[in-house]
Design a protein around this ligand. Structure first.
Ligand SMILES: [Zn+2]
Length: 534
């Protein structure tokens, strides 16, 4: 028997053989079970994730003579014809090569005829986004009044290129990129079933190179098996995929992290001589940084995505870089990737990007130094602020000694009951001596005044005041009509607003931060001022 390519041999024939698309499969199966068949479906998603396979299984499932639940039997005449592509009633159209109005007109003609053998005549239009505008218009007319016996299944990688008029007439199913774990397990499973000797590193590399496309992964396995004479090992896989390039990239990445500019420049010359693709290198480094940041955050590497050599490499290299630097480098290389795609003089863009990357800690140190030296306003800084009468005067901005004492006392009270303390903080101290402790509330704060005058709160306050001062001073809490005095909480709030405003001003004026902004072509979108801990 002739050798059957793995991608064909393992093409799914049942819904449960579709890997990693549980949501889509479940919804479609339910629809079949309930007999709720729509006349137009749109399958969207990356290439090689099972859109066309699902369409074929669906075509069989709704036409099969002896279905097995929602799945086709795959043995009846109809199933077999659909599987080998000879069915008159299941028509596959490649949108890329039949994109004109004439082809679609032809399709509209044939739609009218009832199916030869099947219940439904099914049109599977692959890469439907490639159709021309007149072709879409012609298709739309059919979709508006589809004959009872017709089902359209359109598949596309670019849903945004489908006109809204078409989209609105389709049931849409979004296929996802196959998750790395699923893909790894599936590939290992196929290799085991085929009794092909393999190592896990090779499977990881194949999987990663296929970028979530199962068809590509299986074709690659075929190639490697053919090359190696029956096994799938990391040496042959690396050779076939040109992975020796990774050694050069790894070295480059290390030199950048060491900030060894001279060596980086030398190494770049080697890269230029070898004619390696700058975009490929940049993408690879971005991926490295992603893995490092991930590992720093979680404490482990995604084992199925990486070879054991790579895990060793990353573990070693991780010590050279902290989270902060990894993040800044990540942004820098992403920017470099954009620039490489955008500008003509790739070599210079690439070299300049590397130069910046190899200098990154200088930029980070400088920014840290800048934020340290930025003068943060002291509590007692005199500043312009408006007083209670609305006139602008120079007044003391900050807490006086009485306020500070009040703050400490409230802190003690909050240990017994935070609510007591919070309500009391809207008041101010009128008198505090060995005989009396008098707290006032302005009319505006009557609400809080009423609360603290309840017995449960008064008891706490009385006790804490006695312990705090260590004497028998008498507590009184009064409401002062016409008082404009501010409670402590209000004062503190104003102070914070003031500090925040000042700090933001400082940051915006800071020279080093401006430099970083320009260097990365960035802008400050948000400044958050954290309150100092007590
Ligand atoms: Zn069947």
């Amino acid at each position: 028997m002739a050798y059957l390519a793995l991608a064909r041999k393992y093409r799914p024939q049942n819904f449960h053989e579709i890997v990693g698309q549980d949501f889509v499969i479940k919804t479609l199966s339910n629809a079949i079970e309930l007999g709720r068949i729509s006349h137009a479906y749109l399958f969207t998603g990356p290439r090689g994730v099972g859109k066309t396979s699902t369409a074929r299984i669906f075509a069989k499932a709704v036409n099969c003579k002896t279905p097995d639940g929602v799945n086709p039997c795959n043995t009846c005449e109809i199933c077999e014809e659909i599987t080998d592509g000879s069915s008159m009633d299941v028509i596959e159209i490649d949108g890329a090569s039949n994109r004109g109005i004439d082809e679609i007109r032809q399709l509209r003609e044939s739609v009218r005829f009832i199916p030869a053998k099947c219940n439904y005549k099914i049109y599977i239009i692959d890469e439907v986004h490639m159709l021309t505008e007149p072709a879409f218009n012609a298709l739309l007319k059919t979709l508006e009044e589809p004959p009872e016996h017709v089902i359209f299944i359109m598949a596309t990688t670019d849903a945004h290129r489908i006109p809204p008029t078409i989209l609105s007439r389709c049931q849409r199913y979004d296929f996802k990129k196959i998750p790395a774990d699923f893909m790894y397990d599936y590939l290992s499973g196929v290799l085991q079933k085929e009794e092909i000797e393999h190592d896990r590193d090779a499977v990881s590399v194949i999987m990663r190179n296929s970028e979530g496309c199962m068809r590509d992964a299986l074709s690659l396995v075929d190639q490697i098996v053919a090359y190696s004479g029956g096994t799938v090992n990391i040496q042959d896989t690396s050779y076939l995929l040109g992975l020796s390039d990774y050694t050069i990239i790894n070295r480059l990445f290390e030199l950048v992290l060491n900030e060894d500019i001279t060596a980086v420049v030398k190494h770049t010359e080697e890269i230029n001589l070898k004619g390696l693709d700058y975009i490929f290198i940049t993408k690879t480094i971005i991926e490295y940084l992603k893995h490092i940041m991930f590992a720093k955050a979680t404490g482990y590497f995604p084992e199925k995505e990486l070879t054991s050599e790579e895990i060793k490499y990353f573990t070693k290299i991780m010590e050279k870089i902290d989270e902060n630097r990894a993040f800044v480098l990540f942004q820098l290389f992403q920017k470099l990737l954009q620039d490489l795609k955008f500008y003509d003089m790739q070599q210079y863009v690439f070299e300049f990007g590397l130069y910046k990357a190899a200098n990154i800690s200088k930029v980070i140190d400088a920014s840290a130094a800048a934020s340290k030296s930025a003068p943060i306003p002291e509590n007692k800084t005199a500043a312009k602020t408006s007083d209670t009468h609305g006139k602008s005067t120079d007044s003391k901005m900050g807490l006086n000694d009485m306020d500070k004492m009040w703050d400490k006392l409230l802190d003690q009270i909050s240990k017994y009951n935070p609510s007591t303390s919070a309500n009391l903080s809207h008041g101010y101290i009128i008198t505090s001596d060995s005989n009396n402790f008098k707290v006032g509330f302005s009319e505006a704060k009557r609400f809080h005044y009423d609360i603290v005058n309840k017995k449960e709160h008064l008891d706490i306050i009385t006790n804490v005041v006695r312990n705090f001062f260590g004497d028998d001073r008498k507590l009184s809490i009064v409401l002062e009509n016409g008082s404009k005095k501010k409670g402590l909480s209000e004062k503190k709030e104003e102070l914070e607003t003031y500090h925040e405003k000042k700090t933001k001003e400082e940051i915006n004026k800071n020279e080093m931060i401006s430099k970083i902004k320009n260097e990365f072509n960035g802008k400050i979108t948000n400044i958050k001022v954290y309150k100092a801990n007590k």
